[in-house]
Design a protein around this ligand. Structure first.
Ligand SMILES: CC(C)(COP(=O)(O)OP(=O)(O)OC[C@H]1O[C@@H](n2cnc3c(N)ncnc32)[C@H](O)[C@@H]1OP(=O)(O)O)[C@@H](O)C(=O)NCCC(=O)NCCS
Length: 171
């Protein structure tokens, strides 16, 4: 998993003003519905997401517009439509405390080279999806996904591993 950082500390160090935050929301809204895939990628990069070569991001995806700079998408990744990548939430180390301002965290999400994210999947803060892994449609992914592994469900569980990287769904 990628490290969790206390949100207040992260925001203080980063010092993003209200205009920058507003711009990110606007860019995110435009990117989601931009028909041309290459333009979509350009907009997500402009927001600060680190996106490699030959990446495809489907229509109507939500890349965390509060902390897009914490998203890393490596080369050859494909994400289907309506996926969500979330980089902020609440810390769960102290479940007896009710979630409050000081419990909020941020954590990066990394999609490693060649992985595939099925339609409507939700990738939660801190998750690293391994190389050539496949996340089935509609899954919620709270933990790292090993490379060359198919996961699915809510929460996503391992369905199978596969051997041939050029045919990720072969067993
Ligand atoms: C992940 C996926 C590729 C698996 O397809 P497959 O290799 O044909 O796998 P199967 O249908 O044989 O299913 C294998 C197992 O995974 C389960 N499974 C399949 N899809 C699942 C899903 N979305 N969520 C949870 N479990 C799923 C099946 O129930 C089955 O479990 P079982 O062995 O206990 O019966 C496919 O289900 C999927 O989600 N594709 C993405 C579709 C998509 O996003 N399309 C957009 C186009 S860009």
């Amino acid at each position: 998993m990628n490290n969790q950082i206390i949100r207040e500390e992260y925001c203080k160090a980063r010092g993003r003003n209200i205009f920058a935050r507003f711009t990110l929301k606007v860019l995110s809204g435009i990117a989601r519905f931009t028909i041309v895939p290459r333009l979509r990628i350009m907009l997500y990069r402009l927001m600060g997401a680190k996106i490699g070569k030959d990446v495809f991001i489907g229509l109507d995806c939500i890349l965390d517009s509060s902390f897009p700079e914490l998203i890393t998408i490596e080369d050859d990744v494909v994400t289907s439509f309506r996926i969500m990548i979330i980089c902020h939430g609440i810390a769960t180390e102290s479940p007896e405390k009710s979630p409050g301002k000081n419990d909020r965290i941020v954590a990066g999400v990394t999609l490693k080279k060649g992985c595939y994210i099925g339609a409507g999947a939700i990738i939660l803060p801190g998750v690293i999806v391994g190389e050539h892994a496949v996340v089935a449609a509609g899954s919620v992914v709270p933990r790292n996904v090993e490379s060359y592994t198919l996961v699915g469900g809510v929460p996503a569980k391992k369905i199978r591993s596969y051997k041939n990287p050029s045919h990720p769904l072969s067993t």
